[in-house]
Design a protein around this ligand. Structure first.
Ligand code: C5P
Length: 236
């Protein structure tokens, strides 16, 4: 496989800049990708994205944009100004919104374009939750339908649980990127994740990027935990 460091994304789920910078300092040089989510971004804003870039690493800005097409396009523009390498939007924002994101990103020279992916159905939602918001039918088929819409709208891939990857690749093609959270190396606790996969299971299933948070950032020795995760990926 390609260097596992290109495929491991560590979720920088820290409450503030101080803690995020501590983790970044510990892990930089070892980990190439960091995911910045809404907790940290709402608290600290662009400073953390800039710090990751200055550390020579890549940023996945996980803000799950979901708004009218023009606003999402402008949010993508702001993210590109920050130099992020990956960002995401909600597929439920619709085809026009996803196309607006894809078109805005396409204005950038190819080498500077972030990877834009979609969230299909939040993994916290089951069939009952979908029915509550007027979406009928099994979750799996909603995921595949929304992944197909993301692809047709020009996006590069989706966030997906490891057990959805095979069906998404079958429907959308091997080149359609899957980014999978819920990854738990054999030695880590599941925490609140319900459907977990080991790094090896996720990679064998076809996942392109693995998102790992607590097994690394909450470990007694985050650097060693990152190293063990990368070794497990390399062996897979
Ligand atoms: O600590 P843990 O490895 O569970 O962190 C996973 C990260 O991926 C968290 O930032 C979480 O918000 C995010 N995520 C997820 N499930 C999704 C989408 C994102 O766990 N479906």
């Amino acid at each position: 496989m390609t260097d596992p460091r290109n495929r491991l994304i560590v979720a920088l789920d820290a409450p503030d800049l101080k803690e995020a910078l501590r983790l970044l300092k510990t892990l930089k040089g070892r980990v190439d990708w960091f995911k910045i989510g809404s907790q940290l971004y709402t608290a600290e804003g662009p400073a953390i994205a800039r710090a990751v870039k200055e550390a020579g690493a890549k940023v996945f800005l996980d803000l799950k944009f979901h708004d009218i097409p023009a606003t999402v396009a402008r949010a993508c523009r702001s993210a590109m100004t920050l130099g992020v390498d990956m960002l995401n939007v909600h597929a439920l924002g619709g085809g026009a919104m996803m196309r607006a994101a894809a078109e805005e990103v396409a204005r950038e020279p190819e080498a500077k374009r972030p990877i834009v992916i979609a969230v299909t159905v939040l993994t916290s939602m089951g069939a009952d939750d979908l029915e509550q918001v007027g979406i009928a039918g099994p979750v799996d088929s909603r995921v595949i339908r929304l992944a197909g819409l993301a692809k047709d709208s020009g996006l590069a891939g989706v966030v997906a649980s490891a057990n959805e990857v095979a069906a998404i690749k079958a429907a959308c093609g091997a080149g359609f990127i899957t980014v999978t959270p819920g990854i738990r190396p054999g030695w880590a606790a599941a925490d609140d994740q319900k459907r977990v996969a080991t790094p090896a299971e996720a990679l064998h299933g076809g996942a392109d990027y693995l998102v790992v948070g607590r097994p690394i950032i909450a470990a007694a020795d985050p650097e060693a935990a990152a190293e063990r995760t990368l070794e497990e990926m390399a062996r897979a």
